[in-house]
Ligand binder design. Structure first.
Ligand code: CP3
Length: 364
């Protein structure tokens, strides 16, 4: 660590050291549920223009921190900056999702993919890390991130939006099974690109790193062919550098045992698995992050009482009195654009009170 952090709860939780309360941050904490995000998005014009401007990206990372007492900040970027830097032309189609101007249309084309020059073609990400680190003044840690090779791969392939979002993922799984050699070639290249980008973020000041394997679970039995080996390679390399790493692999509950052995310091848990089950599968070998279902925050039906109960149940599920080592409170997946900003405040208050109270009562 370069110099002392005022609030190092997240880093202590990642190292499985005791904390006076459970640290809390939210995946996609900078995003469309915030009116100030939507205002800046309208002013700048497009998501990709925001992402490519280090000044705007820094402002976006700071927006949630002006409202809420969060225990971590995350760099404002996207997992698809890597294929964009490979020359594929990323854009965001409203109501459809991320698209590429030049998607992969055949297995043969995968062999033409080239490694991006991180310092040059992803300079804007690194500059956003530098600026955000400076703006944070060592108050809270900054998380740098990247997508997993498999999750990035899913988006590279040509896709007809009319076929639906699920078809995008299913097509990628079928493609990988039909063209394993070319797919593995692309995944190896992406592994190199992801490792380079994560290490570069660390060198620019990121205190922790996170890997989003959001579509790992879609592979079913092929997870250990097309995702796990690459996650392992990346996490092991980051461990050599002594960087705390959070691995979020979604819908992969049955793989928790091997995932806990892959070299990461923490596993992000989605809402399809209880924290108690995740603890039993990982046996205290890694910290756990999660796993409130984001719908508890979604207006207009969301109820304050239900949200409080749901937060308490996540805390209780991790472990009761005095057993709070290694838990980072988060959602089970990214916050939705429908989330009510006031309920986010309630969530944070509830985690603070709920986890502090438990720690105090156990020490009496
Ligand atoms: O957590 C944060 O606040 C940091 C920023 C962040 C973004 N994307 C910004 C973003 C992070 C960590 C991501 C990760 C990401 N991006 C993932 C993995 C996590 C997950 O949610 O499963 C994936 C699969 C992507 C690809 C991607 N980019 C998707 C699916 C979308 C949403 C498309 C849509 O229409 O909803 C994006 C765009 C995106 N990335 C937005 C943000 C804030 C929304 C942009 C906007 O409409 O203004």
């Amino acid at each position: 660590m370069p110099d002392h952090l005022k609030n190092d709860l997240l880093l202590r939780a990642l190292r499985l050291e005791p904390t006076e309360r459970t640290p809390v941050w939210l995946m996609r904490q900078a995003g469309r549920y915030l009116p100030e995000y939507r205002a800046l998005r309208q002013q700048i014009g497009s998501f990709t223009a925001m992402m490519r401007s280090p000044e705007v990206a820094t402002e976006l990372a700071l927006q949630p921190l002006r409202r809420y007492d969060l225990d971590a900040s995350i760099v404002f970027s996207d997992i698809l900056c890597i294929p964009d830097a490979m020359g594929m032309g990323l854009y965001l189609e409203p109501n459809i999702g991320p698209m590429f101007e030049r998607p992969i249309t055949s297995a043969r084309q995968l062999q033409d993919l080239r490694l991006p020059d991180t310092e040059k073609e992803l300079h804007y990400v690194l500059e956003a890390v530098t600026r955000t680190t400076q703006a944070l003044e060592r108050k809270i840690p900054l998380i740098g991130f990247a997508g997993s090779p498999w999750t990035i791969f899913v988006y590279l392939l040509e896709w007809q939006p009319e076929s639906g979002k699920d078809a995008r993922i299913e097509n990628a799984v079928t493609f990988a099974r039909n063209h394993p050699e070319e797919t593995l070639f692309a995944l190896k290249l992406l592994t190199q690109a992801v490792t380079n980008l994560l290490l570069a973020q660390k060198h620019r000041g990121a205190d922790a790193l996170m890997l989003f394997d959001s579509w790992g679970g879609a592979l079913g039995p092929d997870f250990d062919t097309f995702s796990l080996p690459f996650l392992t390679q990346i996490c092991r390399r980051l461990r050599q550098d002594d960087t705390p790493t959070i691995l979020f692999s979604r819908n992969t509950t049955q793989w928790l045992g091997p995932l806990a052995q892959c070299g990461c310091h923490c596993l992000g848990i989605d809402q399809t698995c209880t924290l108690a089950h995740a603890r039993s599968q990982t046996q205290g070998s890694v910290a756990l992050q999660g796993n409130l279902a984001p719908h508890w925050l979604d207006g207009p039906e969301a109820s304050r009482t239900d949200l409080k109960e749901a937060v308490q149940s996540v805390l209780a599920d991790y472990g009761s009195t005095g057993d709070r080592v290694g838990h980072i409170f988060n959602l089970g997946q990214g916050i939705s654009p429908q989330a009510e900003p006031e309920l986010v405040q309630l969530l944070i208050d509830e985690v603070r009170q709920g986890s502090t109270r438990k720690a105090t009562s156990s020490s009496l």
